[in-house]
Design a protein around this ligand. Sequence first.
Ligand code: BYC
Ligand code: FE
Ligand code: FE
Length: 467
Amino acid sequence: MISEENIPNNVDLSSDKRLQRALVEWLPNYLDWWRAVGPDGFQEKEIYLRTAISVDTDGWAHFDYVRMPDYRWGIFLAAPENDRKVGFGDFAGQPVWNEVPGEFRNTLRRIIVTQGDTEPASVEQQRLLGKTAPSLYDMRNLFQVNVEEGRHLWAMVYLLHSYFGKDGREEAEELLARRSGDADKPRILGAFNQPILNWLDFFLFTMFTDRDGKYQLAALAQSGFDPLSRTCKFMLTEEAHHMFVGETGVDRMVQRSCELQKSAPDGDVRKMGGIDLPTLQKYINLWFSLSEDLFGGEISSNAADFFSAGLKGRYREDQLPEHKALDAAYSMQVVESGQVVQKEVPLRNAMNEVLRDNYVEDCQRAVDKWNRTAKKVGVEFELQLPSRRFHRQQGIYSGLHFDPAGNLLDEASFSRRKDEWLPSVSDNAYIASLMQQVTEPGKIANWLAPPSKGVNGHPFDFEYVKL
Ligand code: BYC
Ligand code: FE
Ligand code: FE
């Protein structure tokens, strides 16, 4: 089972006996996990999937039909940089670590486990969606994302197995034991215990939550622990497609909603069997706020420690003018005595907020694009990102209540108006009523526009899944 042929890799697996032994134990458990809580109902179907086979910029992926349990999950690290130095924090300028530095062992393991935990969680969250896929193209994209999140789990398990000995192997087993949404053994981070009930959730999850993945991976790609840096760099190659699925998925919903609105005699999109933009806005509010929580608290000593130790940098740290972040402050809005006021925080303690800034800017770019799509079809409606204070469960705004514009509210007012801002029970029921599987190549559900092109040069009506 453990062979170069079954497990594509560039870590010299065939001569690494220790890694082989660890994988021999872990792999059957992984496959059991995949069959038990991976995509439900499609394990024996042939799906047109890409598989990572090298780290070359051109030709890193191979496309073919494959049954998901036979997918060749591999282990790839971006090529090492000669003489790479720690790029930031207290050890800036020293050679990078190729073994785990003893004093940061627990912190580093924690970061890797937290990253690793999100990957299988997302597969669990999405396991039922194949049954309501709006087209074969979308169904294939769902499964592509799922198998690659599986590979991202492998990437973190590789680090645990190779660099953390016995406790690393135990953590790798625990990654298969926790379950999204489980009361006793939940996944670690909030958004990964939220149900993904429908394709609207899925598109917004891949738009907003996978995009947190991009920024976290980019920050870890700066790490002074070189194996982590190189692993995350390669994961980012695959991540681009996940965010593409989300961003274009939302764009295609906007396109279709606007078309339906134009053709409805009274402009009522729901009567036409579509998703109206005010409802879409509520799902944006939900998944954007849940995903913002994934950056952690605005003021965080953990984040300061990660930065000082050289374990987790800023977005594109290597392109910043300065890498110590000492004697600098970050100004943010905090709530004091019932008022939102501006406050200065030492920059190292604000690293989560600094990364969130990059993230929010990227999200805003996508929202602007969706609004241009609506405008092109001739509909006047501006989708918006809610204030960062809205609906937060982590950090300085958690436990308080704000409207989407960021105004402080009392709890009663928030409860009274919540259904205006977040998907209500009846919104979810309406969206559920639209979720019907479409399996004929080239056909698509009424609520979604087709993509502008297919996968890997194939047309939209290609048979992406052989049912
Ligand atoms: N939910 O100092 P604080 C992806 C905890 S997504 C629950 O404010 P810190 C993917 C925190 O652990 C990318 N708990 O935050 C996407 C801490 O607990 P302890 C995943 C939370 O530590 C889609 C306490 O609150 N990668 O790849 O600076 C599909 C105070 O923490 C949450 C990573 O996250 C939360 N949202 O930052 C598939 C990178 N937020 O220590 C995959 C690795 C905070 O008091 N992780 N807490 O018990 C990290 O860098 C950091 O752990 C975090 C949190 C940024 C997540
Ligand atoms: Fe991932
Ligand atoms: Fe992803």
